[in-house]
Design a protein around this ligand. Sequence first.
Ligand code: PHE
Length: 383
Amino acid sequence: MSRSLWHRVAAPALLLALAALAAGCGVKKANTIRIGEFASLTGDTATFGISTRNGIELAAQEINAAGGVLGKQVEVLVEDNRSQTTEAATAVTRLINQYGVVAVLGEVASSRSLAGAPICQRNRIPMITPASTNPAVTQVGDYIFRICFIDPFQGTVMARFAFNTLKARKVAVLFDKSQDYSTGLADFFREEFERLGGKITTESSYSSVSGDIDFKAQLTGIRAKAPDAVFVPGYYNQVGMIAKQSREIGITVPLLGGDGWDSPKLVEIGGKALEGDYFSNHYSVENKSPHVQAFITKYRRAYGDAPDAMAALGYDSARILCDAIRRAGSTEAQAIRDAIAQTSGFEGVTGTITLNAERNAVKPAVVLQVKDGRFRYVETVQP
Ligand code: PHE
């Protein structure tokens, strides 16, 4: 090739190609530590993924601004799974095999964490779920951790709240049979509510995966038994519709739920129908601790809205992972795994986080009430 041709055509083309590669995910930036996140950035539970990603991104920015980890900048690669279980597995495989991440953060929905966890375990890549509460998730293996409480606790919190605080004696349960989170939480709630001496009047279900949007048949059956409350351990999209339809057919008793309700979209969908209802959660924006308020201010400045529980848990999960890498003194997977397992007394914005032998966090829950379209703090329940 003549010199001039090289200068005019080939060299610029090569530079362009290199720049395109570097901009994509295939090429690792020099001197970075790669962390993967699989998240529902789109689809049925998109706010779960968006909030978690925002929280993780904010943590990574702060850590990088303070000099990074082990002298390197942290790079977070996010893969969207469109709120689908099979896509979650594909996303995790890509993060590990194509992008070479040293650890994985995610998912929020337990069914999707359960799809990703076996892949992390098989590849010996540590995974921390910020928000999945079904007990089975961390039982997948010794590389799988969570920094939130689990559903046997959450179910107990809401059963006791119904029985002791609301004085409910008869409760109907309406759960999402296509989500491990929902089926598990329905079971744990029932167990504790019956143990206390309460009665479950009806147990009916729907499927978010099948796209159910009409819940009138189930709600009519529930109304016929005149319960004191209805426990709806689902995700916000369906819960919003269920609240509306239950008021439409004349159910006036409170609806109760779990962390799956937490989304800025809940009230957008359910509107006034949700007023007075209660759900358990990981965190409240009304928490007065200066540490939590500082986080809320920073988050608002970055994203415009107050952080929900997923944003807060995402933030904590990224900080815990980076702290573990720092303590490990290495990006070698087993060293990171061992350091995560040692996490103790970590001051998160969702509480003090210590991981137990089952790789779960033992933390308090809060009960929130929907009032004037906002989530108001009611009480904190210790584990
Ligand atoms: N705990 C839910 C699950 O396991 C996910 C979730 C967490 C949703 C926090 C909202 C807030 O599927």
